[in-house]
Write a protein that binds this ligand. Structure first.
Ligand SMILES: Nc1ncnc2c1ncn2[C@@H]1O[C@H](COP(=O)(O)OP(=O)(O)OP(=O)(O)O)[C@@H](O)[C@H]1O
Ligand SMILES: [Mg+2]
Length: 349
C-alpha cells in the first residue's frame, strides 16, 4: 500500500510517500520537509497566521518533490493521510484541505491521523523497529508522556507532565541563554562544551513515586542562575549552565522511563518526539535499558521532529490493523485539541 502523508499541525510542512507490504517493514520512498523556524524566530515562537499561510505556499511544491524523488505518480497512491490534530486549527486545515482534495481527485480514501500517534509509531521506520507490546516515552515540544502500548490504537497513559513539556523546558531555557527558537538543538550543542556538574539545578518530581513530570520550575532555576552570573556571563559559564540544564531534564526523563519499564514487566522501550533526537538522552537511556536487559528503539534522527512520513505510516498501520478504512473524500474536520487516548481501541479489542 502506498500512502501519501501530509503534516501541517504547527511550523513544519511535511510530505512523504510510505510503502507497506504484508510481512515486511514499511519503506519510506521519499519525504520532503520545510521548517518555518527561521520565519518565526524573530517573534520568539510560532505565529499561527504566518504558519498557515506558509503551509499553503509550501505544500504543493513539496508534494511534487516527493513524487519526483520516489519516481512515483499520483496514480500509485492508495491512501491519502493528513494530520487531523492536535495542533493549530488554521495550519491543520491546510494539510486536511489538500489531502481531501487529492483524495477526491484521485478517487482514493482519505484518513485523518492523530499527530502523537504519528510520533509514537515513527520508530517503526527506524533501523531497529520495535515489536508490540512496549513502553513508550513521547517527548516533544508540546508533550511528555509515558505510555503502555499493546498494539496499534491501544495506548494506555502511565504518566505525563503536569506543566511544561521536556521540549518546552529545552526551548525556554535556551531562550534565556539567548539561543533563539527552537532552542533544543542549540542548547544541546552548547552543552557539549560545558560541565554538567557546574550548577545544581532541581530534579522536579524525581522521587514523587508516580510517573508524572514537571519542568516549569526548571526555567525559573535557570533564570536565577543567570541573574547570579550578571549581565554578561562568560561563554564557559553559559556552556556549563546549558550542560547542567540538559543533565537535569535527562536525569528525570531517564529515571521515570526506567521506572515505567520495570513496572510494566515489558522488555521493550520506544522513544519518540523531537527531544528523542537528543544524544545525551539517547546515551543515558541506552545504558539504563541495557542494565535492565531490555531493548530500545528510536525513530531515525530526521524523523524525531514533525514530518509527513510518520503520518503516512500511522495511517497505513491503522488501516492494516483493521481499525480504519479511510473515508471517502468529502466533508472533513480538524481536531486542534484531541487527546490521544480517544484514538485508543477499547481494552481487549
Ligand atoms: N537535539 C535535541 N535536544 C533537545 N531537544 C530537541 C532536540 N531536537 C529537537 N528538540 C526539541 O524537540 C521539540 C520539537 O519536537 P516535535 O517537533 O516533536 O514537537 P512539536 O511537534 O512541536 O510538539 P507536539 O508534537 O507535542 O505537538 C522542540 O522543543 C525542540 O527544541
Ligand atoms: Mg510534533
Amino acid at each position: 500500500m502506498n500512502v501519501l502523508g501530509f503534516e501541517s499541525s504547527c511550523d513544519e510542512t511535511g510530505v512523504a510517500l510510505v510503502a507497506t507490504m504484508p510481512g515486511g517493514p514499511p519503506r519510506l520512498r521519499a519525504e520532503a520537509l520545510h521548517s518555518q523556524a527561521a520565519m518565526h524566530e524573530a517573534y520568539g515562537g510560532v505565529v499561527p497566521e504566518l504558519a498557515s499561510r506558509d503551509h499553503i505556499r509550501r505544500v504543493l511544491p513539496l508534494t511534487r518533490r516527493v513524487l519526483a524523488e520516489a519516481g512515483a505518480t499520483l496514480a500509485e497512491v492508495d491512501l491519502v493521510a493528513y494530520t487531523r490534530g492536535p495542533g493549530l486549527a488554521g495550519a491543520l486545515l491546510v494539510g486536511a484541505g489538500v489531502a481531501v482534495a487529492l483524495g477526491a481527485a484521485l478517487g482514493r480514501p482519505v484518513l485523518g491521523v492523530h499527530h502523537l500517534e504519528g510520533h509514537l509509531l515513527s520508530p517503526f521506520l527506524g533501523e531497529k523497529p520495535p515489536r508490540f507490546p512496549f513502553v513508550a516515552l513521547l517527548v516533544s515540544g508540546g508533550h511528555t508522556q509515558l505510555m503502555r502500548v499493546e498494539g496499534v490504537g491501544r495506548y494506555e497513559l502511565l504518566g505525563e507532565t503536569i506543566d511544561d513539556a521536556a521540549g518546552e523546558a529545552f526551548d525556554k531555557s535556551a531562550k534565556l541563554l539567548g539561543l533563539g527558537y527552537p532552542g533544543g538543538p542549540a542548547l544541546a550543542a552548547l552543552a557539549e562544551q560545558g560541565d554538567e556538574g557546574a550548577f545544581a539545578l532541581p530534579r522536579p518530581l524525581l522521587h514523587s513515586g508516580d510517573l508524572d513530570f514537571s519542568f516549569a520550575g526548571l526555567k525559573t532555576a535557570v533564570m536565577t542562575q543567570l541573574r547570579k552570573l550578571g549581565p554578561a556571563p562568560s561563554d564557559a559559564a553559559r556552556a556549563d549552565l546549558a550542560a547542567s540544564t540538559q543533565a537535569a531534564i535527562v536525569e528525570v526523563l531517564v529515571a521515570k522511563t526506567l521506572k515505567a519499564v520495570r513496572a510494566s514487566g515489558l522488555a521493550r522501550l520506544v522513544v519518540a518526539g523531537g527531544v528523542g533526537a537528543n544524544r545525551r538522552l539517547r546515551a543515558a537511556l541506552d545504558a539504563g535499558v541495557r542494565r535492565l536487559g531490555a531493548e530500545v528503539s528510536y525513530p531515525p534522527m530526521a524523523l524525531c521532529t514533525d514530518n509527513g512520513a510518520m503520518i503516512a505510516l500511522a495511517a497505513a498501520m491503522r488501516v492494516e490493523a483493521g481499525l480504519e478504512q479511510g473515508t471517502d473524500a468529502g466533508a472533513f474536520d480538524v481536531r486542534p485539541r484531541w487527546p490521544l487516548q480517544e484514538q485508543s481501541a477499547p481494552a481487549g479489542a
